[in-house]
Design a protein around this ligand. Structure first.
Ligand code: ISL
Ligand code: CA
Length: 550
């Protein structure tokens, strides 16, 4: 595998609204990020992915952009941004911007013009259709509920919005529009930003004629016919001229399809985020309903992505983000074994093949919020879901139970800095409530405890820097069918490491495979007290993780 800085990097995702409020208005901001750069440097991360900070009416917390070249009022201004970039670079930290160009806000001047008249030059920047016999133009559904079409009085037709009606889809068929997007990307790259995380990039291309969806939208508005042409053009026009990192958010991309987007010979993207793991416990018809997962399925997903990308392209590793429940609540145990399970899951993400992404607060084991009242929720997807299900006549208690485990707000509660009021996030009323467990889950107490999740992450990140086998080594799964243990060996030249993870709260035995029995074991990291005395068998404690150098 070719060496690249973004393969060796660890990325930290910041949701600025909830990170740190520097000016007492209850909303996190860019100066708040600057104030915490030393904290991130101490953790050891190489790259920050900033969720959208552009001007926005915030129907979807910044994923609805009304001006790509200006900063959201609540977050600060362009001087603040320039300072953030400089301060981050001074510390050797790179900045990845969120690029949201499947859609804009309906308040973007392009859309305002487009919606004003059928003859406006910007009209074709968006996707317009006449209704069919007084009905919507086709059967496409918005990801956030209802039809994907909204009627526009002024022009007596409908525009497409795959997300909220305040997020009209751009028309990627329009070449002028594409050129403007590339220009805008260069504006940020010329400032010195280090790459892009590309929001739902595989939705850009829509199939000609916009046919009804029969069983699934793949090939219609997901992975549409021209998607590779667009990404190649973007590479040609923009990416190839800079030393940057690109990661595309790619719902509904299979591991078989992935090399087409990230293949090193393809001139498209460096990595994608796939959603197979995130969808694993979702009821296929309703992601708010969670079904149990099995370790076997998690192993299958990790292994399949490893094998299908091997020698072709690079993977990204994450178990939560700003759209997902908290990792420790979903895949670990957020009660008795919160600390152990958070460390165990981190061990997987930081020793598997791919670039690890940490979502803010993950490094201190922040948990789901489990808010009990609908009035505590802010997320448009959650609120739409609630209203839709109430209308369908479903019991409120049942709806709230689903929302408690699935809502995107679980990940959006303020970062817990200390045990003072509002978790030290703000001295005003926060835009969304803090998780009451900030009293004991917070950065300050993590920094005071040598055994905290924080220091475990710091050590994992350091190990990655010191052991190129973790980045570039091959991987071999051990005990494929074991229902409790995820274990593998990484190997690069004469360097070998063995990773052993107990995924559950029961003690289990791990038998050292024959070929390693006579090796010298040296513990690189583990989440319990242990020594280097390894015989034939290891008794693993609940959620125990061990990484040995052999
Ligand atoms: O949540 C999802 C995966 O389980 C999908 O619905 C999908 O990945 C997601 O909704 C797309 O997310 C991105 O684009 C949205 C925005 O609301 C999200 O915050 C962003 O990450 C629209 O821009
Ligand atoms: Ca603020």
């Amino acid at each position: 595998m070719k060496k690249e800085w973004w393969k060796e990097a660890v990325v930290y995702q910041i949701y600025p609204r909830s990170f740190y409020d520097s000016n007492g208005d209850g909303i996190g901001d860019l100066n708040g990020v600057i104030e915490k750069l030393d904290y991130l440097k101490f953790l050891g991360v190489d790259v920050i992915w900033l969720c959208p900070i552009y001007k926005s009416p915030n129907d979807d917390n910044g994923y609805d952009i009304s001006d790509y070249k200006n900063i959201m009022d609540e977050f600060g201004n362009m001087d603040d941004f320039d300072r953030l970039l400089k301060e981050a670079h001074n510390r050797g930290i790179k900045i990845l911007m969120d690029l949201v160009v499947n859609h804009t806000s309906d308040e973007h001047e392009w859309f305002v013009k487009a919606a004003s008249s059928k003859y406006n030059p910007y009209r074709d920047y968006y996707i317009w259709r006449e209704g069919k016999n007084g009905q919507y133009p086709n059967n496409w559904k918005s990801f956030f509920g209802g039809s994907a079409w909204e009627y526009n009085e002024k022009t007596e037709d409908y525009y497409l919005h795959l997300f909220t009606k305040k997020q009209p889809d751009l028309n990627w068929e329009n070449e002028n529009m594409r050129r403007e997007i590339y220009k805008m990307m260069k504006f940020w790259l010329d400032k010195g930003v280090d790459g892009f995380r590309m929001d739902v990039f595989n939705f850009y291309s829509k199939k000609e004629g916009l046919p009804d969806v029969v069983d699934n939208p793949d090939g219609i508005y997901i992975n549409g016919p021209k998607i590779h042409d667009y990404i190649k053009e973007m590479h040609e026009e923009v990416f190839q001229h800079y030393d940057i990192m690109t990661v595309g958010e790619a719902p509904c991309v299979s591991s078989k399809m992935a090399p087409l987007y990230v293949g090193e010979d393809r001139k498209e993207l460096n990595m994608i985020f796939h959603f197979e793991l995130m969808d694993i416990s979702n009821d296929p018809k309703d992601k708010f309903i969670k079904v149990p997962w099995e370790l076997k399925d998690i192993k299958d997903i990790f292994m399949r992505w490893y094998e299908d990308l091997k020698d072709k392209g690079w993977n990204s590793l994450f178990m939560n983000n700003h759209d997902q429940p908290r990792m420790v609540s979903r895949f670990g145990n957020d009660k008795e074994y919160r600390v152990e399970s958070a460390k165990m899951l981190a061990t997987l993400l930081h020793t598997f093949v791919g670039t690890p992404y940490i979502y803010q607060g993950e490094e201190i084991g922040m948990t789901n919020a489990y808010f009990e009242n609908i009035s505590d929720y802010r997320d448009v997807e959650t609120l739409n879901y609630y209203n839709e299900k109430i209308k369908e006549g479903i019991d409120e208690e049942i709806i709230l139970k689903r929302i408690q485990i699935t809502s995107r707000d679980n990940a959006r509660t303020p970062m817990q800095w200390d045990n003072s009021e509002n978790a030290g996030f703000t001295n005003a009323t926060p835009w969304i409530n803090v998780n009451p467990n900030y009293k004991y889950i917070n950065v300050k107490s993590a920094l005071e405890d040598r055994n905290s999740i924080f220091y475990y992450y710091q050590k994992l990140i350091k190990l990655r820097k010191e052991n190129s086998v973790i980045v570039y080594g091959d991987l071999n799964l051990i005990y494929k069918d074991d229902k409790n243990i995820f274990s593998y060996v990484r190997k690069l030249e004469d360097k070998e490491i063995l990773v052993i993870l107990n995924f559950f709260d029961k003690e289990v035995e791990f038998e050292i495979p024959q070929k390693y029995k006579n090796k010298k074991f040296e513990l690189l990291i583990g989440n319990y007290e242990t020594d280097n005395q390894v015989k034939n068998k290891i008794k693993l404690r609940p959620y125990e993780a061990r990484v040995y150098s052999l």
